[in-house]
Ligand binder design. Structure first.
Ligand code: SF4
Ligand code: SF4
Length: 240
């Protein structure tokens, strides 16, 4: 969620209160350029100087790899500077983060960003380039394990990155109508009339068609925590 803020000496708690937002459940906020900083809850009460801009909030459904990618891309688009460290560095960071969020991250990606970020912070000519360096270092310090989990555990704990989502059919809701099976073009659903349908994860391409087709809300997506579902179709249990 984005909230407009005006320049002031203030705290994140005061900014949230002024915006009518709650600090409860937040894992971080981003204050946009020219402030350009991530703030975690343990620092929400500290006094900071902020410029005009926006304050963005993140909760447990927010992926911080995706959040960092959005921030980096916004900063890249805000400048026409073509300096090597700001322009090229920003491109490299955005490419790495895009791969991480698309399940194509590689071992060593975080180390590469950790090496590049401080050089951008000290060497970029444009303020946006330096801000990218700072933002990357801050995010890796605060959320390194969450971001790295995309690579090492193949998990987006927030369940936000589409490439890491899995689709499931809930036994408690499925009526065995077959509409999801008809909608799936990838042979990723097993089932027959009056049987709870089952998604074959290895065939699923996360197209979302089954979820849109199901009239019962029985198809759900999951991130790190998956619902328990049968390995093969079983007779419908749901009572109408
Ligand atoms: S998300 Fe798409 S590919 Fe996956 S089971 Fe549903 S319809 Fe099939
Ligand atoms: S998941 Fe939905 S669309 Fe598919 S069989 Fe069950 S109720 Fe019908």
């Amino acid at each position: 969620m984005d909230y407009a803020i005006t320049a002031a000496t203030t705290t994140v708690n005061d900014l949230l209160a002024a915006a009518g937002a709650s600090a409860e459940g937040l894992k971080a906020v981003w204050i946009s350029y020219p402030t350009a900083t991530f703030v975690t809850p343990d620092h929400f009460g500290e006094t900071i100087e902020v410029g005009d801009g926006t304050l963005r909030t993140y909760d447990d459904k927010s992926c911080m790899a995706d959040a960092l990618l959005a921030v980096v891309n916004e900063l890249r688009m805000a400048t026409e500077c073509t300096c090597t460290f700001g322009h090229e560095g920003g491109y490299q960071i955005a490419t790495i983060l895009t791969d991480i969020c698309s399940k194509k991250g590689k071992p060593g990606d975080l180390a590469l960003m950790r090496d590049l970020a401080p050089v951008m912070t000290s060497q970029a000519i444009c303020g946006e380039g330096r801000a990218i360096g700072r933002a990357v270092s801050q995010a890796l310090d605060a959320f390194g394990p969450e971001i790295e989990g995309h690579i090492t555990k193949k998990v987006c704990v927030a369940g936000a990155c589409k490439a890491f989502q899995t689709y499931h059919i809930l036994v408690s809701k499925c009526t065995g109508c077959g509409k999801c099976l008809k909608a799936c073009d990838d042979d990723a659903i097993l089932g027959k009339p009056k049987f709870v349908h089952v998604i074959v994860q290895k065939n699923c391409v996360q197209c979302n068609k089954c979820l849109e087709a199901c009239p019962e809300g029985a198809v759900v997506t999951a991130g790190a925590t998956k619902p328990k579902t049968p390995p093969k179709p079983i007779p419908v249990r749901r009572k109408k």
